[in-house]
Design a protein around this ligand. Structure first.
Ligand SMILES: NC(=O)c1ccc[n+]([C@@H]2O[C@H](COP(=O)([O-])OP(=O)(O)OC[C@H]3O[C@@H](n4cnc5c(N)ncnc54)[C@H](O)[C@@H]3O)[C@@H](O)[C@H]2O)c1
Length: 265
């Protein structure tokens, strides 16, 4: 793999496992220095230890809540302290909370919005302030979902926050383009991660029957698209949402499609 990201400094939230971990992995292998965040300190530490063995980039763990603005400011400051600058940000951490619309609580609504929407907004803001100061551009990547494009049972609030990221990317073009900073979203489809396998051990098989290219994604599929958008090759792409879903949003059916229109009394 070429060292496309030598001397670049990246922050990735929620990167202890799953898609975020794989993005960190590919960035470190491509020469970037990565501030790896996760709310779980043990996970952040073990993920960082694994990546530090890989190189050639370096990796530092920073445990904390990516939905908390004070912590976000600390993440930016720590990244500058370790690596001297901030070039790339991937707002990946998110809360996938299933729940019945009629029973969804204010407390749960707030938790989802804090991590999925407030976190990405303020990490984009705080990173962009630093990138503007550095004066040579930057890349901001918001991790969305196909569920921000298609309604899905029990995921209204998650879905709303993901749809909002698409508009965040478009809106911030106005503020960031003149500073050479691009801002895009990626909308992965069904992807095999520890979490999705825990939710449903038959996840891979179920989804590959519904996805037009007959493949359930792996984190590396999402990470490759992410690295492209973070690279110099994508310098003229901004304000976009790139869907990585094997065609599901175009024509794919839902799991248990027959039950979708049933309403409960
Ligand atoms: N897996 C999929 O099928 C899929 C599909 C579409 C979109 N996505 C999106 O991709 C991203 C990653 O999904 P995933 O399934 O790989 O990850 P995940 O949901 O398993 O979470 C990854 C990590 O985030 C950490 N985390 C949780 N709360 C946090 C917080 N407050 N602050 C910092 N870290 C926190 C967890 O400890 C975990 O290690 C999310 O934004 C998700 O919405 C995933």
């Amino acid at each position: 793999m070429s060292l496309k990201f030598s001397n670049k400094s990246a922050i990735i939230t929620g990167a202890g496992k799953g898609i975020g971990f794989e993005i960190a992995h590919q960035l470190v292998r491509s020469g970037a220095n990565v501030m790896l965040n996760d709310i779980d300190p043990e996970l952040a530490k073990s993920a960082t230890e694994k990546l530090s063995l890989e190189g050639p980039g370096t990796c530092v763990a920073l445990a904390g809540d990516a939905g908390d603005v004070a912590f976000i400011q600390q993440m930016i400051a720590q990244t500058i302290a370790y690596f001297g600058r901030v070039d790339l940000v991937v707002a990946n951490a998110s809360y996938t909370l299933f729940g019945d619309f009629f029973a969804f609580t204010e407390e749960n609504f707030q938790k989802v919005v804090d991590l999925n929407l407030k976190g990405p907004f303020f990490i984009a803001q705080q990173a962009a302030i630093q990138m503007r100061k550095q004066g040579n551009g930057g890349r901001i990547l918001l991790m969305s979902s196909t569920i921000g494009l298609r309604a899905y049972p029990q995921l209204a609030v998650y879905s709303m926050t993901k749809a909002a990221l698409h508009m965040m990317a478009r809106s911030l073009v106005l503020d960031l383009s003149r500073h050479g900073i691009t801002v895009n979203a990626i909308a992965p489809g069904a992807t095999i991660t520890e979490r999705t396998l825990l939710e449903d051990p038959a996840y891979e098989n179920k989804w590959k029957q519904l996805i037009p290219d007959s493949k359930t994604a792996f984190p590396c599929d999402i990470a490759k698209a992410t690295l492209f958008l973070l690279s110099e090759d994508a310098s003229h792409i901004t304000g976009q949402t790139i869907v990585v879903d094997g065609g599901w949003t175009a024509v794919g059916p839902y799991p248990n499609a027959a039950n979708l229109s049933k309403t409960e009394s």
